[in-house]
Design a protein around this ligand. Structure first.
Ligand SMILES: Nc1ncnc2c1ncn2[C@@H]1O[C@H](COP(=O)(O)OP(=O)(O)OP(=O)(O)O)[C@@H](O)[C@H]1O
Length: 693
């Protein structure tokens, strides 16, 4: 910023182009030269807006028709921007100088008596530089495994810088500038914004809680430039003439006050979530397309194999059916022929035998008979031989047929084998598809993890920003801390939404991490963490997990070590929740819980703390196995002692504890010890004013 009386050289210092003589270049030109020398135009971008603030209106010096541009403030980061202004990307020094020249030509300059070229407006040059830097590996630590997919999904980190060069209008007093009419209004408006700037500088110099940045557009626009997270340089310009000694003195005093303002520098980095989301989308689309392609190829392959197998089966069946039928017919025909031949032979034989009967009838001398019997014997032997021959032929044919059938059988077996190998191919393809599906599922799981990490990172970023905005210590809280802030926020909500968000947190963050925050150095973090644990402990399904993860021990440690009553109250509440379960009751007792609860009760001032402690002891009172130990460790004494606090909530819990203790009778019955009721009487329960309970 350059601040000073009209005509003392603000524009001379900041805005000169120095085209003929490079030594005469102003800060704007030199700054851009420096930036351009240090950027790589492939990975970085430099863009410029040039504005003027005239009578509380912001005008675009690169597009004068664009006037009355609104100022926008990011509620999260506090960053100030003027999104309505023309933003020109700069690639070289020459184009920047041209841009400045254009802006200067548009700059409004009204004449005053003091300086005919006096600038009546504030000129503001904004240079935005963005640089892509590699995402820090730590953001995506190995806790998610070393999947190669995760490595490619790191969001890139964008480092952002903004240079604002402000050539303020002259700071002279109205009477001296001789302004009147419209020019007087101008002078008033200039004075208003400069005096608002002065007030802000004073407030910042004195570390005042309230800085009146909202008093003028100038201070709103420069909000993140002074007293914030930027580095600020102020040039003050003065005139040597004794006539201006008043302005000179006030300008120097302004500079002196400004020197007291302390800024806290902050590197502005953000993850490029948009491009990561784009990459994730593309990757997901690719995976889906690949999966669909493989599925289709698989189905086509199955279809092809099926069709081929069907064709082969039907071809084979038809071939073999034909061959079998032919064989069958052939054998049938051969068989029929043989039968026919045999029948003919038989008929022939019978005829032969019939014709031989005559001589037999004529046999009287016996000789004729002898000769006829002989010939019949010979013909029968021939017949037998022929029949044997036929039988042999028949056997031969049968054998050939059997061989043929065996042959066919072996062909069928071979075909079945080839079908089995086809089936194994199908199985192989099916397995490949299943692998593919499980791979896809795994990737989707990884993407889900990544998205939840993104969520956590954005929470981190929000929380960091909030802390720094609060003028914080610069300590960057863990991701859980910000999530706890979320819970803190949700704790104000009512109904199921709260439970759902805590359950979500529980899922996202993991119990171990939440419990580890119970030992955080920052008390604020501890308080929020114990609140989260208490909320989780209210859900029966979480109680066992909390105890298993060592949550009970941590809560008892908080009672022992913490001095903060809020922590005592919430931790006692969480213990009371855990004490609803019988197994936990034994653990609380064995870890010295009664002593710690009694100690907390003795030191408590807040009735709500006593209520929680009394609630926890009251839950323990209901376990008759633990009664004697509870009493011997001072639990009953502590419970009755809390009657001193006459708060109705506390008394209700004490009464519940007394009632629980009094109604357990099985111990007394089985062990022959005194009943809870009589022990209470011994401890002086009845000597108290029972109407209180
Ligand atoms: N250091 C310097 N050396 C030589 N001439 C200078 C110097 N400083 C300023 N001038 C001259 O003084 C005149 C006024 O300077 P300039 O316009 O920079 O003042 P200004 O403070 O910006 O005024 P205004 O507030 O009216 O805009 C110009 O003609 C400029 O050339």
């Amino acid at each position: 910023m350059a601040y000073g009386q009209t005509g003392t050289g603000k524009t001379y210092t900041l805005g000169r182009l120095g085209e003929e003589d490079t030594a005469a270049r102003g800060i704007m030109v030199r700054a851009m030269e420096d930036i351009l020398a240090d950027v790589s135009l492939e990975t970085d971008s430099v863009s410029v807006s040039y504005l003027q603030l005239y009578m509380e209106t912001i005008q675009d010096l690169l597009d004068p028709a664009n006037d009355n541009i609104p100022i926008v403030e990011d509620p999260k980061t506090g960053d100030v921007s003027v999104p309505g202004a023309t933003l020109v990307e700069i690639r070289d020094q020459h184009s920047f100088v041209e841009l400045l020249r254009l802006g200067e030509a548009h700059r409004f300059a009204a004449n005053t008596k003091l300086n005919t070229e006096s600038s009546r407006s504030h000129a503001i040059l904004m240079v935005h530089v963005k640089r892509s830097v590699k995402a820090r590996d730590s953001a995506f630590s190995s806790e998610n495994g070393n999947s190669p997919h995760m490595k490619t999904l790191k969001p890139s980190l964008v480092r952002k810088g903004k240079l604002v060069v402000v050539d303020l209008a002259g700071s002279e007093r109205i009477d001296k500038s001789g302004s009147e009419g419209h020019t007087l209004e101008e002078a008033k408006s200039i004075n208003l914004s400069l005096s608002a700037l002065g007030k802000c500088i004073n407030a910042l110099a004195e570390n005042s809680a309230h800085v009146p940045v909202r008093d003028s557009k100038l201070t709103r626009l420069l909000k993140d430039s002074f007293g914030g997270t930027a580095r600020t340089s102020l040039v003050i310009t003065i005139g040597p003439s004794p006539r201006h000694r008043g302005e000179t003195a006030s300008t120097i005093m302004f500079g002196q006050r400004a020197m007291k303002v302390e800024n806290m520098l902050k590197l502005k980095e953000e993850f490029d979530y948009k491009s990561l989301a784009r990459r994730l989308d593309i990757q997901l689309d690719k995976l889906i397309a690949e999966h669909e392609r493989q599925q289709k190829a698989f189905e086509d392959e199955i279809e092809r194999i099926n069709v081929e197998a069907q064709n082969r089966i039907s071809e084979f069946e038809s071939n073999h059916a034909d061959a079998l039928e032919k064989e069958r017919l052939k054998y049938q025909k051969d068989y029929m022929d043989s039968i026919k031949k045999l029948e003919e032979q038989l008929v022939k034989n019978q005829q032969k035998n019939g014709s031989e009967k005559v001589p037999v009838g004529l046999r009287e001398d016996g000789s004729a008979l002898t000769s006829s019997t002989e010939s019949s014997k010979v013909s029968a032997a021939e017949e037998v031989a022929e029949l044997k021959k036929l039988l042999q032929q028949e056997n031969l044919l049968r054998k050939t047929a059997e061989e043929e059938v065996n042959n066919l059988k072996s062909q069928i077996a071979q075909w079945k084998r080839s079908e089995a190998s086809g089936n194994s191919e199908i199985l192989k393809l099916r397995k490949m598809l299943e692998d593919e599906a499980s791979q896809k599922e795994r990737l989707e799981g990884e993407i889900a993890i990544l998205q939840s990490q993104l969520l956590q990172l954005s929470f981190d970023a929000d929380e960091t920003t909030r802390r720094l905005d609060r003028g914080g210590s610069g300590k960057v809280p863990s991701g859980l801390d910000s999530l706890i802030s979320q819970v803190k926020h949700h704790q104000q909500d009512s109904g199921n939404g709260e439970k759902a968000s805590i359950a979500k947190l529980f899922e996202q963050v993991g119990l171990q991490k939440i419990l580890s925050l119970l030992e955080a150095e920052d008390a604020d973090v501890r308080i929020h963490a114990v609140k989260v644990v208490a909320n989780l402990a209210a859900e029966e399904m979480n109680q066992e997990k909390i105890v298993e993860a060592g949550g009970l021990t941590s809560l008892l440690m908080l009672l022992r070590n913490s001095e903060d009553e809020t922590i005592h109250r919430v931790a006692a509440g969480a213990i009371a929740n855990l004490a609803m379960n019988e197994t936990n009751q034994e653990l609380i007792m064995s870890q010295g819980g009664i002593g710690l609860l009694s100690m907390t009760a003795a030191n408590a001032e807040d009735p709500q703390t006593l209520r929680m402690v009394a609630g926890a002891i009251a839950n323990l009172c209901g376990n008759d196995k633990l009664q004697m130990k509870l009493r011997s460790e001072g639990g009953i004494k502590a419970l009755l002692g809390m009657v001193r606090c006459r708060h109705a909530d506390v008394l209700a819990q004490v009464a519940r504890g007394i009632a629980n203790f009094a109604k357990c009778e099985s111990r007394a019955a089985t062990q022959g010890t005194k009943t809870g009721r009589s022990l209470l009487i011994e401890d002086g329960c009845t000597s108290m004013d029972c109407t209180e309970c």
